[in-house]
Design a protein around this ligand. Structure first.
Ligand SMILES: Nc1nc2c(c(=O)[nH]1)N[C@H]1C(S)=C(S)[C@@H](COP(=O)(O)O)O[C@H]1N2
Ligand SMILES: [Mo]
Length: 332
C-alpha cells in the first residue's frame, strides 16, 4: 500500500521549501523510467539509491497533474458546523449533509494518475472539523513515558528529522456498497473511491516516543492516539485508536506525525495541523487533528477502536454484532 521503505527520503524540516532541482530526474512516476538509467528501476542497485542524499523532487514531475478547480465554501455545508471548510464541488457526498463523508468520482481519481490532488482525496469524518490554529496547537505525549511533553507545532516541525513519502489511504469501508448488495452490513455505502494516494511529510512517531523515553515493553505495549473533535456518537468519546508498540516503534514502518500533504500544510478535512500516517494500515488508524498520544498497557478504549473498524468472523452479521457488542456500528 505504501512504497515508503524504498522511497523514504529525509527532507528539510521546514514546510514550504523551495523547489530545488534534483541532480538526476526522479522517475518513480514516469512510465518511461525502465531502461533509461532511472535510479529507481536499476535492479541490483536499487537498494543503494539513497546514497546521493538528494531528495526526489516529486513536484517537478507531478505538479502539472495535480491542478484542479479551486475548493469552495459549498452551499450544502451552510447550515452545518463545517460551513467554513472549503471543499471540492465534484466530491460525491455519501452520508447526506453532515458529517462530511465523500469520495472522488472514479474517472476523476484515475485521470490524475498515481498522486491524488488533495481536494479530490476521499474524506471520512465522524463529526465536525475542528477549527485549529497552528500557533496554539499542541500534541501531548503522556502515559507510560519517562518524560511526558506537550509539543507545539514549531517544536514538532523543527525538533525532529522530517521525512516525506507517498502513502495510499483506504477506508476500510471502500466498495461497501457492493458488499452491502451481497450481504447487508451496518456500514454506509462507500463506492470504489475511498482510496487516495498523496505525498505526506512529517516526523517519525518513533523519534518522538524515544525522546519521551517509553517505559519497558512488558508494560508499555500499546500507543493510543486521540483526535480533537467532540463527536456526536460513541458515548461522547474522542476519535481514538491504538497501535501495538512494536508497530509504533518499528523503524521500517515509517509511522509519522504528518503536517504536510502534497507539499502544502494539511487541509482542514485531512487533519490540519497534524495527523498520524501509518503506511499499509486502514485509514481508520490514522488519527486526524491529533491532540494526544498515550503510551499504555492496553489497547485504546475509544468506542471507535473497540466497536468500530473491527474485522469480525464471517458468521457475524450486523444483527449479531449489534446484539453481542452492545451497539457495534461498522461505519469505517
Ligand atoms: N480525528 C479523527 N481521525 C480520523 C477520523 C475521524 O473521524 N476523526 N476518521 C478515520 C477514518 S475511518 C479514515 S478512513 C481516515 C480518513 O482520512 P481522510 O479523511 O484524510 O481521507 O481518517 C481516520 N482518522
Ligand atoms: Mo475509514
Amino acid at each position: 500500500m505504501a512504497a515508503s521503505v524504498e522511497y523514504n527520503r529525509q527532507v528539510s524540516a521546514h514546510p514550504w521549501p523551495t523547489n530545488a532541482q534534483p541532480k538526476a530526474a526522479f522517475d518513480l512516476f514516469s512510465s518511461s523510467s525502465a531502461g533509461n538509467g532511472g535510479r529507481r528501476r536499476s535492479g541490483a542497485d536499487s537498494d543503494s539509491d539513497d546514497e546521493d542524499g538528494i531528495p526526489p523532487d516529486w513536484r517537478s514531475l507531478y505538479s502539472p497533474r495535480l491542478d484542479v478547480e479551486p475548493s469552495v465554501k459549498d452551499p450544502r455545508d451552510e447550515a452545518t458546523s463545517d460551513a467554513w471548510v472549503k471543499r471540492h464541488p465534484a466530491l460525491v457526498r455519501l452520508t447526506g449533509k453532515h458529517p462530511f463523508n465523500s469520495e472522488p468520482p472514479l474517472p476523476r481519481l484515475m485521470s490524475h494518475g498515481f498522486i491524488t490532488p488533495v481536494p479530490l482525496h476521499y474524506v471520512r469524518n465522524h463529526g465536525a472539523v475542528p477549527r485549529a490554529d497552528w500557533s496554539t496547537w499542541t500534541v501531548e505525549v503522556t502515559g507510560l513515558v519517562k518524560r511526558p511533553v506537550k509539543l507545539t507545532m514549531e517544536e514538532l516541525v523543527t525538533g525532529f528529522q522530517a521525512v516525506e513519502f507517498p502513502v495510499t489511504l483506504v477506508c476500510a469501508g471502500n466498495r461497501r456498497k457492493e458488499q452491502n448488495m451481497v450481504r447487508q452490513s451496518s456500514g454506509f455505502n462507500w463506492g470504489p473511491g475511498a482510496i487516495s494516494t498523496t505525498v505526506w511529510r512529517g516526523v517519525r512517531l518513533r523519534d518522538v516516543l524515544r525522546r519521551c523515553g517509553v517505559m519497558g515493553a512488558g508494560v508499555a505495549s500499546n500507543v493510543c492516539f486521540e483526535g480533537a473533535e467532540d463527536l456526536p456518537g460513541g458515548g461522547g468519546c474522542k476519535y481514538g485508536t491504538s497501535l501495538r508498540r512494536s508497530v509504533a516503534m518499528d523503524p521500517a514502518r515509517d509511522v509519522i506525525l504528518a503536517y504536510m500533504q502534497n507539499g502544502e500544510p494539511l487541509a482542514p478535512d485531512h487533519g490540519f495541523p497534524v495527523r498520524v500516517i501509518v503506511p499499509g494500515f486502514i485509514g481508520g488508524r490514522m488519527v486526524k487533528w491529533l491532540k494526544r498520544i498515550v503510551v499504555a498497557c492496553n489497547e485504546s478504549e475509544s468506542y471507535y477502536h473497540y466497536r468500530d473498524n473491527r474485522v469480525l468472523p464471517s458468521h457475524v452479521d450486523a444483527e449479531l454484532a449489534n446484539a453481542e457488542a452492545g451497539g457495534t456500528s461498522r461505519s469505517a
